[in-house]
Design a protein around this ligand. Structure first.
Ligand code: GLN
Length: 286
């Protein structure tokens, strides 16, 4: 019988992952795997270092390790991630929510002064923005679209398990459906595709090989196509004084701002992310 302790499995995982991911990430991954397999917090494992895994749990550990060695993102392997304190399901049809997007959500929540605002999210993906806003802004009415039917399914499941009531629809923000038009919103938010094809060379292979290109990339000849569509949509579907918030390409802050200036928006603010990169924009209608 194999009596390797859970703690020993944790150490082996860390050691095997370290050459690929470095010490910090390897430790974090080992912890996530052990917590998933045992259903216990790692602190509990550390407190009982002699506990052992069942054969089924051991084979699960081996499976997760083999997937990580193939450089698959751990969020897709485990099928979940945490965003703004909310457990979300993710698969290869949706982008893995980024900490920068949590910053965008915080900015919206902190700035909001409207009771029961109506909010539109363009390009919902996993639903991370729409769901966290619905959860943290009291009585918000959230409507979200995504071009991908498969992403909408993920977002629907996530909304249901987070216990929020939001409306999700499959639609292309470049050709917005009648449903959106004529229903003025207080807030429009979007994290559209913004990575230029030429910037692929700077991206990690685990992103390039696993995350949906549809959610990430834009052509070099028209990199702000989505912001032009968002500005147009916001100009006609925001209430007066309504706000549009977007995540942006750090290299295109000024160009993105000028789209909103040209569309007659005011109070245009670019905000840096935690890494000091221009990552978010906010503009006011009227
Ligand atoms: N920040 C993401 C990345 O670098 C891109 C998100 C997006 O295109 N909206 O992978």
């Amino acid at each position: 019988m194999n009596c390797i302790s859970i703690f020993q499995h944790y150490k082996t995982l860390t050691n095997e992952l370290q050459p690929i991911y470095g010490k910090n990430e390897a430790t974090a991954m080992a912890r996530l795997i052990i917590e998933r397999v045992t259903g216990d917090e790692i602190t509990k494992i550390f407190a009982n270092p002699d506990l052992i895994l069942t054969p089924e749990q051991q084979s699960l550990v081996r499976y997760y390790l083999s997937q990580l060695k193939l450089q698959k993102p751990i969020q897709y392997i485990l099928g979940t991630t945490n965003f703004f304190g909310i457990e979300l399901q993710v698969n290869q049809n949706v982008l893995i929510p980024r900490p920068e997007t949590e910053e965008l959500v915080s900015w919206i929540i902190e700035s909001n002064k409207i009771g029961s605002p109506s909010i539109l999210d363009l390009g919902a993906g996993s639903g991370c923005i729409a769901i966290s806003l619905a959860k943290h802004i009291t009585h918000a009415h959230v409507f979200a679209i995504d071009i991908s039917e498969k992403a909408i399914k993920v977002a629907q499941q996530n909304a249901a398990s987070a216990g929020v009531d939001i409306t999700l629809a499959q639609a292309n923000m470049l050709a917005p459906p009648a449903q959106i038009q004529g229903s003025p919103f207080d807030i429009i938010v979007s994290n559209p595709p913004y990575v230029r094809e030429s910037e692929k060379q700077y991206m990690q292979p685990n992103v390039l090989n696993n995350e949906p290109s549809l959610a990430l990339f834009v052509g070099d000849n028209d990199p702000l196509i989505f912001y032009e569509a968002i500005a147009k949509l916001a100009a006609s579907n925001l209430k007066n004084n309504g706000l549009v918030y977007c995540e942006i390409n750090e290299a295109l802050g000024e160009e993105t701002a000028s789209i909103f200036t040209t569309a007659n928006f005011t109070d245009i603010t670019i905000k840096n992310d935690i890494n000091g990169k221009q990552r978010m924009i906010r503009a006011r209608k009227g």
